[in-house]
Each structure stands twice: as structure tokens, then as C-alpha cells.
Design a protein around this ligand. Structure first.
Ligand code: MG
Length: 444
């Protein structure tokens, strides 16, 4: 059976993720969800329109009712699933991937993205005849108010008057992505004066690459300084991930965004914190100050959403700036995260918030491994070493070993022939030592 689903749904360029394949996966997705009412949303990539028609045709031909949410950011669509009481959601997007890529993310009625494991259930159905009879095919309806409904829900969850009085100035870099359809209205409603970069939608992403890495947002960092803004914010292509720039124009990496959010959430209310085993220790240390321990999960947003649905979680996040606020939805939401930044800025400047975070240094390397067997052998070596030396291990995804002031993770890359070694410590030397030590151990 062919495997299409990865950690983040199905991704490919148009020659591999063809409209024909999108149609077949969508028919099977409709069957997996028990048919019913399926919301379909898309980003503005050049191939999204044609893939949308294939996805809609697949679902409708299988007998589903399609609600067409139009071109909207992923978090807006994920929020709408519950509001519309939909049986499922298909988002056509390739997130931060280069413009020639596209894909689909499939989300269930509980707001949980379909993992690789659950994806096999959909793949299995692809071999069955799923075409409904002529009098059983579904219909397509427009859902026009997705953005307005989302903005209203976000504003309801914020101290609007307090933020409005603060009259914040923000520099916002949409990276030519769909957040540009939502953020200006939202931040103006919060009384912010906004300076925008790369604000027009363009599926070629001419302004900057869609990944909001430090190298890619140098214009934003300069704009924050030039305009005297209180902060800068940049999103990835579909708006689920976000990074900040402080008022001095300094880049705030995703790991720190999650650590900041952990403090903001816990200072208002006590509750569980969940994150992936690849995330920095900083958030864990912030949580510990509030007497909260961190629940670790496998790497990948679907696993985080599953934990959020099963346990009492106040906040969840991953290492690249994706934060889940269960009070709004079970998906990573870069737009709500940026709105929460406004609330935090009412108290003190972003640089002051950052000063309070514990400082860690990290170091990483990758070890070549010819195939899956070789990767697993390396992981086994590390696990055996940890067990033999009675080290505290988390081995749900690779092997993470926690020391009092540092930690190291050795894990196989899901897509490339590498095993990655990543360490974090209170000093740069210690992080380097750990990476060297574990690279040596990995080789047996
Ligand atoms: Mg994304």
C-alpha cells in the first residue's frame, strides 16, 4: 500500500501530488470521516485553486457536503471546524515549503490533525470504490464568514480595552501569506498602529522565503528599529507558526516564543503544559517556576493535538514557534499567539520578558546513516548506553536524556538519511561536549 501521509499530512510538488491523487485521497478522507459535512480551506499558492477543485470533487463525488471556506490561514480553518460542527477539515497548503510545493492537511471533527498512523486508515480506503451513485453525490456550499467569525472569537478572549489603551505599534511581516487577510483587521481592532511588510498575497512568495527564519526576516528586524515599533511579528505561509522581534530589533526564535507563552499562560491560570521531545528546556524551566511539570510528546503537531484533546492542557507548543492555545482550538495558531503578545506588552516591553527567560546554549550535528536499519542501530546504541548507566531517558521519539542542567537528544530524521544529535546546556562548552560525546557513543 502506498504511503502518502507524513507527520504533517500529504506534501509534494504538482507532479507527485497531482489533482488526480488529491481527488482519490479526498474520496477516501470522506469515507474515513463517515461522509457528512467537510470544511475545505486553501492557501493562495498557484496550485491551490486546481487542487481545491480536485479535493472538492473527490469529497462531493463520495457523497459529502463540502463547505468551501475559501482562501484563509490554516488556524482560521482549524478554529472553524468546531464552530461549524463539521465532520472534518481538509486544508490545501504546504505551510512554509517553497512555492512549487503544495499539500493537504486533514483534521478531524475534534480539531486533531491526522497523523501518519491515522493516515494509513485513509490510504487503506483508497483501494475501495468510493464513488457515490448519481443521486447520492453531495453538494458544495460557501462559508463566507470564516475570517470574521475567527476575529470575533480571538477578540472575545483578550482584554480588549486594556490593549487598546496601550496604543501599541507593531511591524507585521506576512511573507506574502494568508495571514495578511486576517491580521490587519485584528490588530487594528486592538487599537494597534501597524506597519506591514510583504502584505499582498502572492503564491510565488516574492518578498521572502516562507519560513520565518532569522535570515529571512532581516527586513522586519530593520523595520522594527526604523519605525520604533513595540515589537515585530512574522508568520510562515499558512499562519500556524510565528516568530517575534523585540523592540530593539532582535530576533526571537520559536523555542523562546513558546517559553514566553508558557509564562503568559501560567501567570493567569495554572494548567498542564505539553511540548515535543525536541523542544528547548527553557519552557520546562518556566513551567517549573509555577510548579507545573511538562508533558512530552513525539515530534509532530498531530501528537501534540492528541495530548491536548486527551488531557487537561493549558498550552502546548513545538520547537519551531507553533503554539496551541486550547482555549481557542487544538491546532497551532500563530495569529492568536501574536494577539497574546499584545496582552503581554501591556505589562512590559518584550526585551524585559526575554531577560527573565533562563539562558541555554545549544549545539547540533548530524550523523550519516545509509538506511533505516542503520539509523535504528544508532538509536539502539544510545538507548542501551542510557539504560546501562541508569540515565533518565524519554524514548518516545529517538532518545532524549535529561541531566539536571542540560539534555541531549539523538533521533533519526524522518525524511533524510541522517541521525541528528542536539544538545542544550547552561554553557556553550557543555553543549558542545555533549554533542561530541553522544556522536561518539552513537557510532558504537
Ligand atoms: Mg505552517
Amino acid at each position: 500500500m502506498a504511503q502518502y501521509f507524513g507527520t504533517n499530512g500529504v506534501r509534494g510538488t504538482l507532479d507527485t501530488f497531482t489533482p488526480e491523487l488529491a481527488l482519490r485521497i479526498s474520496q477516501a478522507t470522506g469515507a474515513y470521516f463517515g461522509f457528512g459535512k467537510i470544511l475545505v480551506a486553501r492557501d493562495h499558492r498557484l496550485t491551490s485553486e486546481c487542487l481545491f477543485h480536485a479535493v472538492a470533487a473527490g469529497l462531493v463525488s463520495a457523497g459529502c457536503t463540502v463547505l468551501d471556506g475559501g482562501v484563509i490561514p490554516a488556524p482560521v480553518a482549524e478554529f472553524a471546524v468546531k464552530k461549524l460542527n463539521a465532520d472534518g477539515l481538509v486544508v490545501i497548503t504546504a505551510s512554509h515549503n517553497p512555492p512549487e510545493w503544495n499539500g493537504i492537511k486533514v483534521v478531524d471533527r475534534n480539531g486533531i490533525a491526522i497523523s501518519r498512523e491515522r493516515g494509513t486508515e485513509i490510504e487503506r480506503r483508497m483501494n475501495q470504490p468510493l464513488q457515490a451513485g448519481w443521486d447520492r453525490v453531495g453538494t458544495l456550499q460557501r462559508y463566507e464568514s470564516a475570517i470574521a467569525d475567527y476575529i470575533a472569537a480571538v477578540l472575545e478572549r483578550l482584554p480588549m480595552e486594556k490593549i487598546r489603551q496601550k496604543k501599541l505599534r507593531l511591524a507585521l511581516d506576512f511573507g506574502n501569506g494568508t495571514v495578511g487577510l486576517v491580521a490587519p483587521a485584528l490588530f487594528r481592532a486592538l487599537g494597534c498602529e501597524i506597519v506591514t511588510l510583504n502584505s499582498h498575497l502572492d503564491g510565488r512568495f516574492p518578498g521572502r522565503p516562507s519560513e520565518p527564519s532569522e535570515a529571512n526576516v532581516s527586513d522586519l528586524m530593520a523595520a522594527v528599529r526604523a519605525t520604533g515599533s513595540d515589537a515585530g511579528v512574522a508568520w510562515d505561509g499558512d499562519g500556524d507558526r510565528v516568530i517575534f522581534v523585540d523592540e530593539k530589533g532582535r530576533y526571537v526564535i520559536g523555542d523562546k516564543v513558546f517559553a514566553l507563552c508558557t509564562g503568559w499562560a501560567l501567570q493567569r491560570k495554572k494548567g498542564g503544559i505539553a511540548t515535543t521531545v525536541a523542544t528547548s528546556r527553557v519552557a520546562e524551566e518556566v513551567a517549573r517556576k509555577y510548579g507545573v511539570s511538562v508533558r512530552y510528546t513525539r515530534i509532530g503537531a498531530p501528537y501534540l493535538s492528541e495530548v491536548v484533546a486527551q488531557e487537561k492542557i493549558l498550552l502546548a507548543g513545538e520547537e519551531v514557534g507553533g503554539v496551541i492555545w486550547p482555549e481557542l482550538s487544538r491546532a497551532k495558531d500563530g495569529i492568536f499567539t501574536a494577539a497574546k503578545l499584545c496582552e503581554a506588552l501591556c505589562e512590559k516591553p518584550l526585551s524585559k520578558w526575554l531577560e527573565e527567560l533562563p539562558v541555554y546554549y545549544n549545539e547540533k550535528t548530524k550523523i550519516e546513516a545509509k538506511n533505516e536499519n542503520e539509523k535504528q542501530k544508532i538509536i539502539q546504541n544510545i538507548r542501551a548506553y542510557a539504560v546501562k548507566n541508569k540515565l533518565p531517558v524519554i524514548d518516545m521519539d529517538g532518545v532524549r536524556i535529561n541531566f539536571p542542567d542540560s539534555w541531549v537528544i539523538v533521533r533519526a530524521s524522518g525524511t533524510e538519511n541522517y541521525v541528528r544529535v542536539f544538545a542544550e546546556a547552561k554553557s556553550a562548552e557543555r553543549a558542545k561536549e555533549l554533542v561530541e560525546e553522544y556522536t561518539k557513543l552513537a557510532s558504537g
